[in-house]
Write a protein that binds this ligand. Structure first.
Ligand SMILES: [Zn+2]
Length: 277
């Protein structure tokens, strides 16, 4: 039997009865039964979840309803669970399951951050049939926040540009990335980030794909960008080093669980194919 990993996002009120699986979140990350089991059966939490806690419906995973709830340690301690940061699961889980956990973390973060209205300080409540909270006093509505980010792999013939971030502990090289500014298109963000980080101009952009990245709530938008001119100039702070690499001799790069790794792999496969390998 093949391993099933089907995650379907559904609306907040699309569940039938509050039974199924539950993802328990705390400030430190995921609260889970053990290293093999990351989700709880709703029955196991019956006496643990306090009345005031909100159970948020996420969708279906392998056909089963899945909810998430954020709990304080005093509530989950009796379960003697494991607590793991979400990052510790990067690259170690099937894609659908990781997306499900990321969704749980992001929904919990949104709910935690919008208990009070940012306009007037009033208490907010959940809106029916919508993933939103609203302020009882002034009516302002708060939705989960996504932060769009671009990723760009610059290519020049059989070479691509990879950079090492000055903040990273590990000596590996990746594609350029940055947040999209308010008032900016994704394409403009690619051109601006490339110029700011490595001093290059890029020509045509080729959209590849997107990936949700729950640290804490980015949507990564991946492009290939054709080199158009300029010499590499790095600021030495955000980007410590950037170089052109032939597709056959790449440095350490991110794994394919990350969009950056997928862009690099696609580039390598494409060049190998073009060169008749
Ligand atoms: Zn308000």
């Amino acid at each position: 039997m093949s391993y099933q990993d089907e995650f379907i996002i559904q609306e907040p009120s699309a569940f039938e009865g509050k039974t199924g699986k539950v993802i328990v979140i705390c400030r430190e990350g995921l609260v889970h039964p053990d290293s093999h089991d990351l989700l709880w059966e709703s029955d196991a939490l019956k006496w643990i979840i306090p009345l005031e806690a909100e159970l948020h419906y996420l969708g279906r995973y392998n056909g089963e309803q899945v909810f998430t709830v954020e709990l304080e340690e005093q509530h989950f301690a009796p379960l003697a669970p494991q607590v793991s940061p979400l990052r510790s699961f990067l690259g170690k889980l099937p894609e659908g399951l990781f997306q499900l956990l990321g969704r749980a973390a992001q929904i919990s973060e949104w709910h935690r951050a919008h208990r009070y209205c940012g306009y007037c300080g009033g208490v907010t409540t959940l809106v029916n049939n919508e993933r939103a909270t609203s302020c009882a006093h002034c009516g302002k509505v708060y939705y989960p926040r996504l932060s769009p980010c671009i990723m760009a792999l610059i290519t020049r013939g059989d070479e691509c540009l990879l950079a090492r971030n000055g903040q990273w502990q590990l000596p590996y090289f990746s594609v350029l990335a940055g947040f999209i500014e308010p008032g900016e298109s994704a394409e403009e963000a690619v051109r601006r980030e490339v110029m700011e980080e490595v001093g290059l101009r890029v020509g045509e952009l080729h959209y590849k794909k997107t990936q949700p990245w729950p640290f804490p709530g980015q949507l990564m938008i991946g492009f290939f960008a054709d080199y158009a001119g300029g010499d590499i100039q790095v600021d030495g702070i955000e980007i410590a080093e950037a170089n052109w690499y032939h597709y056959k001799s790449l440095p350490n790069t991110p794994g394919e669980f990350a969009l950056s790794g997928q862009l690099i792999r696609t580039f390598v496969q494409d060049r190998a194919l073009r060169n008749g390998e």
